[in-house]
Design a protein around this ligand. Sequence first.
Ligand SMILES: Cc1cc2nc3c(=O)[nH]c(=O)nc-3n(C[C@H](O)[C@H](O)[C@H](O)COP(=O)(O)OP(=O)(O)OC[C@H]3O[C@@H](n4cnc5c(N)ncnc54)[C@H](O)[C@@H]3O)c2cc1C
Length: 369
Amino acid sequence: MSWMDSLDHVMSNQLEALAPETDQHARFPRPVVDALAKAGLLGLVSSKDVGGLGLGLAEASQVVAKLAQTCPSTAMIVCMHYCAVAVLEQLGPEDVRRDIAAGKHLTTLAFSEAESRSHFWAPVSTATQAGNDVLLDARKSWITSAFEADSYVWSSKPLAVEGASSIWLVDAKAEGLSLAAPFNGLGMRGNASSPVTAKQVKATMALGEDGKGFDIMMGIVLPWFSALNASCSVGTMEGSLARAIAHVGATRHQHLDSSLADLPTIRAYLAKARIKADMANALLQDTLAAIGGGRADTMLRVLEVKAACAEAALEVTDATMRVCGGAAFRKEVGVERLFRDARAAHVMAPTTDVLYDFIGKAITGLPLF
Ligand SMILES: Cc1cc2nc3c(=O)[nH]c(=O)nc-3n(C[C@H](O)[C@H](O)[C@H](O)COP(=O)(O)OP(=O)(O)OC[C@H]3O[C@@H](n4cnc5c(N)ncnc54)[C@H](O)[C@@H]3O)c2cc1C
């Protein structure tokens, strides 16, 4: 079975049935994650040398976009996993890379902190030497898959040198990690995005050189996170449009013998939403091509794509709520959940407003930081 067929199989056999309760009960979709692991999809971007499928960002984008059509929570869990895998593939230990490839290990990013909030490039949490060990103390404000993942790709201030940050691999079962509060969000309710406190937590190992965390964040993580977060927004728009179109086609004003789709106003809203979604996806595909081809405009595209797709998803899911009328408020039409889920992307760091500032600086020739 091709990886695409495997994905379709997991979606029709596991994800579609579980998606409503994942949202309603804010429950981590463990059976779906297990099914994705068994299908080899958690090892999608792991090298063939360690037993992975050896595929890249373009294929990861397809997986995340497809999952997001039905369950953005699951899509975001997979998005954060692939972003952390991108770091581990370059800097992580072989045993962990092999476990990821074999579907035995889920990972995620632990960057955001209570003190520096969305400014993830400026951690204030600490790393201190204690004999042969490095001990981490932090108040991480959000970690997707908190206490569900097996490891965290973790940021802190450097251990012993000047620099913005260092990156560590942390075992999610390490002593000293505690869940500050379970996640009960407006949207993305199934992805266990909880605050986590670390008190004297032993780092498994350093990922890269001390003090070089900023280079890892910008050089490895940012392109993956921007493109995959955008993919999640693109999938959410597709899912929302499909449900809204089905609703307006099937719902009738019986006294007029016409459907909602017979109303020009409804069709115009849908047309505008379709254009937005297609423009967002076109930018995503161009960004993937820029990254893949090492194009000169890659960094601009990387900064643009997350903001563009996140904002488009806000507009498109708002339009789908509107055209479905009061019925949209109820769960069964299926658009209100995607409307709530879509709201996460623009506040996930780098937030849309921070990206506007970065893009503005880039195009006016100013330094980003
Ligand atoms: C569902 C979900 C899952 C997440 N998962 C993870 C995860 O797995 N790992 C992780 O590390 N983090 C994760 N995060 C955290 C995320 O990346 C952000 O750090 C967090 O959403 C920022 O929220 P805040 O309240 O701290 O923002 P604040 O920093 O308080 O920002 C508040 C507002 O100010 C704006 N703002 C801030 N600085 C500027 C500026 N310089 N210019 C213009 N406007 C500015 C922001 O855009 C925002 O609108 C997740 C967040 C969500 C919502």
